[in-house]
Design a protein around this ligand. Structure first.
Ligand SMILES: CC[C@H](C(=O)O)C(=O)SCCNC(=O)CCNC(=O)[C@H](O)C(C)(C)COP(=O)(O)OP(=O)(O)OC[C@H]1O[C@@H](n2cnc3c(N)ncnc32)[C@H](O)[C@@H]1OP(=O)(O)O
Length: 252
């Protein structure tokens, strides 16, 4: 059983869902494979908008799967995993079509990086969201910090990253990270949010997204993401990081 689903809906909608609710939709290597598959499918001509979401109501995505990634001890071991996922988030960011993170529940760590790589973020009213990597004695390592600094004013992005705090959806809407807050049915909320965009020709949506893609490419975003990955890999090897991860793994 794959830990994700990819569903095509009418009007060119493609929905990728992480289906690991029992592990708070944390991202393991199989979920990474699913994201690659979904991004490739989204490139098909008939797909207009790509939605990324999580199963259930507890979590959108709780980040990297600590039960798997805590086995990674060295800089090079960390780099291999971080680099793989950073390339996926880069492809998601650069997809020349609108992408929406439908934040159906809590988003922590890499889950926030996944949401950040999407063009738009819509969130259920009561959820909590936090770039908590700092509390694990690392930085973002999938490119999410670099991309956040593209999408928010530097001081706002640095505050969110350096605080490593957990925010409410409303707080992050006020900071410009979340675009729309909903209550009730997530699919209805998502259809409401994209209603106007869906009526615009796909060629126009693509042309607008390509303006953003060109801007990011001209500012060497791929190289900047690679630098983030390299720096996170170095921090990963620290005793402070392994201690924090072990505290989570052995908490019960
Ligand atoms: C570059 C990205 C970066 C990296 O990969 O290094 C990261 O993303 S690091 C990971 C950052 N994420 C976290 O630190 C979140 C850790 N999880 C939690 O704080 C909580 O689980 C929470 C708040 C998400 C949910 O709390 P709740 O009380 O609702 O549930 P439990 O804590 O009992 O968890 C239920 C179940 O899910 C497993 N779980 C949750 N998060 C993860 C995770 N990130 N990786 C692996 N497994 C996770 C948890 O272990 C429980 O499993 P069980 O087998 O029932 O013990």
């Amino acid at each position: 059983m794959k830990p994700y689903t990819i569903e095509e809906h009418e009007n060119g909608l493609l929905i990728f869902t992480i289906t690991r609710e029992s592990k708070r939709n944390s991202i393991n290597y199989e979920v990474m494979d699913g994201l690659v598959e979904a991004i490739e499918l989204a490139k098909l001509p008939h797909v207009k908008i790509l939605i990324i979401t999580g199963e259930g109501e507890k979590a959108f995505c709780s980040g990297g799967d600590l039960s798997v990634f805590h086995e990674l001890k060295t800089e090079e071991q960390a780099y291999t995993m971080l680099s793989r996922m950073s390339k996926i988030l880069y492809e998601l960011l650069m997809l020349p079509k609108p992408t929406v993170a439908l934040m159906n529940g809590m988003a922590l760590g890499g889950g926030c990086e996944l949401a950040t790589a999407c063009d738009f973020r819509i969130a259920r009213k009561d959820i909590k969201v936090g770039f908590v990597q700092g509390k694990l004695a690392i930085t973002t390592g999938w490119g999410g910090g670099t991309i956040l600094l593209e999408k928010l004013p530097s001081s706002t992005a640095l505050e969110i990253l350096m605080e490593s705090s957990i925010y409410t959806a409303e707080e992050l809407q006020n900071l410009g990270f979340i675009h729309y807050i909903y209550e009730g049915d997530p699919l209805y909320a998502m259809l409401t949010f994209i209603k106007n965009k869906q009526m615009i020709e796909g060629s126009v949506l693509r042309a607008y997204k390509e303006i953003a893609v060109r801007k990011w490419n001209q500012s060497n975003i791929r190289e900047r993401i690679e630098t983030e990955v390299r720096k996170c890999s170095i921090l990963w090897e620290s005793e402070a990081h392994h201690k924090q991860v072990d505290l989570f793994i052995n908490r019960k």
